[in-house]
Design a protein around this ligand. Structure first.
Ligand code: ADP
Ligand code: ZN
Ligand code: ZN
Length: 840
């Protein structure tokens, strides 16, 4: 039998399956999805089996066998392997990258070699009795090469020679970065009578040992060594001494790291659904019962009760013995959110997000693979949860840009979800109060056939997306009233503070009534750069064309792209003026201002600076939930998913700072953010109020957000998109080329663009935007990227706009392969972003 293996080499040139023999003893064990170690170019590398065949493409006798099987249960299933191949095609990435993204980091193995001393070879060897040789002998003749190298750094040459002449035989294996956690555990005596007797006869000088034994006899339960040592303030050697007498046993015990261990989730029962929820529920349930793969766009205003719909449809899926995946944006994967799912489904829920340690993540992942969990709740990559029978995939806040991975493979979880659902005959529910224009257009068929945008093509292939509206809040609660404040008027009236009079009063009001407020600072506007008031100098990164960011705590200037750091200057490096100003994070400034204006106000600030520590995010929200603060102040982080009954005021300090970004989604992002944050107010009995401060009170994104009018926003925005030729009226691919050499970069960029134009022309695709044909392709650039230099590399980009039945990925792959370069590699670094979320 032959296994087709994708070997873990991050290069396009070797990104194809290689044939290996499956050794006799591994037949029956090696499957599609198995992770194996294989010899490759003189090393042993990790690889994934993507196919099994009885015949090889080359001479079987020449094939090397698989060196080892890394897991007894394959970490990937055949459907995930197939999905990886789809990802690799669609997002123009290597198969290796697509496979790697599906498994937890803990399983990304590294080769590790063990050497064994072959005593018989010693007499033939030129090597004498050296210290390292003795050392291996003391280690029962065998040890890890890495340990040997570390211990005898000066003997590298001799050790290498010994391997060559066969005095040391080397076995290379792949070791995981981390595996099951084992805890050294002390077990109580097996034979209690014997132990009791020993206890009484313990020699007086070994009182500590006696104490250990007494403790274990009394407690009768296995206890972790570390806990025991701490409880008795003794040492592990004392405990070992007791064990050596045969009175206790010390063994490693497997342990699951449960990030939510020790937390009790109050069991919740299904709520009787409102009319709106019921209608939506029935539509989805029907599809679940039929085991159809359908896509639903659940367009429910904030507070319409989408989560309860999610919970009850999951229940339905579980009744059919089918599992469910729930994707939530990383930022709103709060304990509150987790509680809702754990409260309903208890231990059947596995949670996957990036704040878990590698070990915790691995254990949650195993819980899914071993069938102990039936519901996976997680951020983007939870879409790869290793379930075998998926009935339902839910994507909450489907419009969030964090569902797109910004590093390779640059996949969009929404599109992957639609594809995966199709493999399993599962339903997909995309939920949002502000659906992305792409999803909305797909579901409401605003865009005519033949001009699919992202997601739409897949959605239609899966039977078409259905729009499910929930236009009103649970219990008929009103949407909060939104006041727009024109900050230009404030200035005219002599108010130079960052708070308008109305927001000031509203805050005061909440303080008096003991209610809570959420304040949002649209982060991008308030940057943290350094500027000289005299000459206008700003501190730039020497390696990237971007301003350095000031970190107040450490007084350091840092580059967010390459990590370059330098001490903040005392004087302007350009004009030596002392009027150089450091602007701390915007939120810090607001916090200071709040303290000045409202003495004694209790503020929780949530931004990148205060939430880096593990668990801090949770801590702040819990504190706020317990009403230990009057104001929750933060960046985008406070806009999403929070549900606190005493929040009656939401203030937006500067609504439009995201409006003028050079990104075609700027208006959409602003509208979404305002709608989301406004939705945090008045979700329970107390009515809510929202104050939005802006310099653009007439802008349609802001006016529509004020009136909670999604339809009006979409109508206006679609006009702009059509006019400008942007999604959903076409699709985009951004190709970024980078290199240290500017001339090489420019010529390569031009070659790529003209190759693309030529290929498009040859395949008969019209090349003009205003062509009336149903398909077109337009290749823009090369031009300098928005960040023209990063990590000392210049950057140029080409943008491909296309529409209709155009296989742009294939054209692009061909064009790249036509570039002249060493060993079939392009001459400069090329990175492809299909359906980019950020043009910036
Ligand atoms: P959304 O996610 O749509 O913004 P939520 O799911 O957070 O809304 O629901 C808003 C509030 O309404 C929550 O406090 C929730 O517990 C409550 N709720 C949802 N459905 C019902 C129902 N059928 N009956 C009573 N309360 C409900
Ligand atoms: Zn200056
Ligand atoms: Zn930099």
């Amino acid at each position: 039998m032959i296994a087709k293996v994708i070997v873990d080499v991050p290069s396009r040139a070797t990104d194809r399956p290689f044939d290996y023999k499956i050794p006799q003893q591994l037949q029956g064990w090696v499957e599609v999805g198995s992770r194996v170690g294989v010899p490759f170019g003189g090393r042993v590398l990790q690889g994934f089996v993507v196919g099994i065949a009885d015949q090889a493409d080359v001479d079987v006798m020449k094939l090397k066998p698989i060196a080892e099987l890394l897991d007894h249960i394959p970490p990937l299933s055949p459907d995930l392997v197939e999905l990886a191949s789809w990802i690799s095609d669609k997002y123009c990435c290597t198969m290796t990258a697509a496979l790697q993204v599906m498994i937890p980091a803990a399983l990304k193995g590294k080769a590790d070699s063990v050497v064994t001393l072959v005593e018989e070879e010693l007499e033939n060897s030129l090597i004498g009795e050296e210290a390292w040789l003795q050392y291996i002998r003391q280690n029962s003749g065998s040890m890890r090469m890495a340990a040997l190298q570390e211990r005898f750094p000066d003997d590298a040459a001799a050790i290498k020679a010994a391997v060559k002449e066969g005095l040391l035989s080397e076995q290379v294996t792949i070791r995981d970065r981390l595996s099951v956690r084992k805890v050294l555990t002390v077990f109580p005596p097996d034979n209690e009578a014997l132990a009791l007797e020993a206890l009484h006869n313990y020699p007086a000088r070994a009182a500590k040992q006696q104490e250990v034994l007494r403790y274990m006899l009394e407690h009768k339960e296995p206890v972790a060594m570390t806990a025991l040592v701490e409880a008795l303030s003794t040492t592990s050697s004392t405990v070992r001494a007791v064990a050596d007498k045969g009175l206790l046993e010390i063994r490693e015990m497997e342990q699951n790291r449960d990030p939510y261990a020790g937390r009790n989730f109050k069991r919740t029962e299904p709520l009787p659904l409102t009319e709106g929820q019921q209608a939506v529920y029935e539509e989805i349930a029907e599809s679940l019962d039929a085991e159809q793969s359908r896509v639903f766009l659940l367009h429910g205003v904030t507070g319409s009760g989408k989560t309860e719909v999610y919970l009850q449809t999951i229940e339905r899926s579980l009744q059919h013995e089918r599992q469910a995946i729930v994707l939530v944006p990383e930022i709103s994967l709060t304990p509150q959110m987790v509680e809702r799912f754990k409260g309903r489904f208890g231990d059947l829920v596995a949670v996957l997000h990036s704040r878990l340690s590698n070990g915790e993540r691995y254990d949650e992942w195993r819980k899914i693979r071993e069938g102990r969990a039936k519901v996976a709740v997680g951020a983007r990559s939870a879409i790869f949860a290793p379930f075998d029978r998926i009935g339902l995939i839910i994507i909450d806040e489907e419009h969030e840009s964090s569902y797109k991975q910004e590093e390779t493979p640059k996949y969009h979880a929404r599109d992957v979800a639609v594809r995966r659902a199709r493999q399993h005959g599962a339903a997909v529910v995309l939920g949002s109060a502000t659906p992305s224009l792409e999803s909305f257009a797909a579901a409401s068929r605003i865009v005519s056939a033949g001009s699919e945008s992202t997601g739409a093509a897949a959605a239609r292939a899966a039977g078409g997306a259905a729009l499910l509206p929930m236009p009103s809040r649970v219990g008929g609660r009103p949407m909060p009233k939104v006041h727009l404040i024109d900050m230009r008027d404030e200035l005219k009236n002599g108010n130079r503070s960052m708070f308008s009079r109305q927001l000031h009063e509203a805050l005061l009001d909440r303080l008096e009534r003991g209610e809570q407020s959420v304040l949002l600072l649209n982060r991008r506007g308030y940057s943290t750069f350094v500027m000289c008031r005299s000459c206008g100098y700003t501190a730039q990164c020497p390696h990237c064309d971007i301003s350095l960011t000031y970190h107040q705590k450490s007084r350091v200037l840092r580059c967010h792209y390459c990590g370059h750091a330098e001490q903040a200057p005392e004087k302007c490096p350009s004009c030596e003026s002392e009027h150089i100003r450091f602007f701390g994070t915007g939120t810090q400034r607001v916090e200071e201002e709040l303290a000045k204006l409202f003495p004694g106000i209790r503020v929780i600030r949530m931004d990148v600076d205060t939430t880096t520590e593990k668990g801090s995010h949770e801590k702040w929200l819990t504190m706020f939930g317990e009403r230990k603060a009057d104001v929750l102040l933060g960046t985008q982080m406070v806009a999403k998913g929070l549900d606190f009954p005493y929040v009656t005021l939401v203030g937006v300090i500067a609504a439009d700072t995201s409006l003028h970004l050079p990104d075609f989604r700027a208006a959409e992002k602003t509208f979404q953010l305002l709608t989301q944050v406004a939705g945090r107010a008045g979700r329970h009995e107390l009515p809510g109020e929202v104050v939005v401060q802006t310099y653009n009170p007439e802008h349609y994104a802001i006016v529509s957000a004020q009136h909670h009018d999604y339809a009006a926003f979409v109508q206006e925005e679609l006009k702009h998109r059509r006019f400008m030729g942007y999604p959903p009226f076409c699709r985009l691919i951004v190709v970024t080329l980078s290199d240290e050499q500017l001339p090489l970069l420019i010529t390569t960029g031009e070659k790529l663009a003209s190759a693309l134009r030529q290929l498009a022309y040859e395949s008969g695709i019209k090349g003009s935007m205003d062509s009336d044909g149903t398909r077109f392709i337009d290749i823009l650039g090369p031009v300098a990227s928005p960040i023209p230099r990063m990590k000392d590399r210049y950057r140029f980009q080409c943008m491909v706009k296309y529409r209709g039945n155009v296989n742009a990925n294939e054209l692009l792959k061909q064009a790249i392969s036509m570039l002249p370069g060493p060993q079939g590699q392009p001459p400069v670094q090329i990175s492809v972003d299909v359906d980019p979320q950020m043009i910036l």
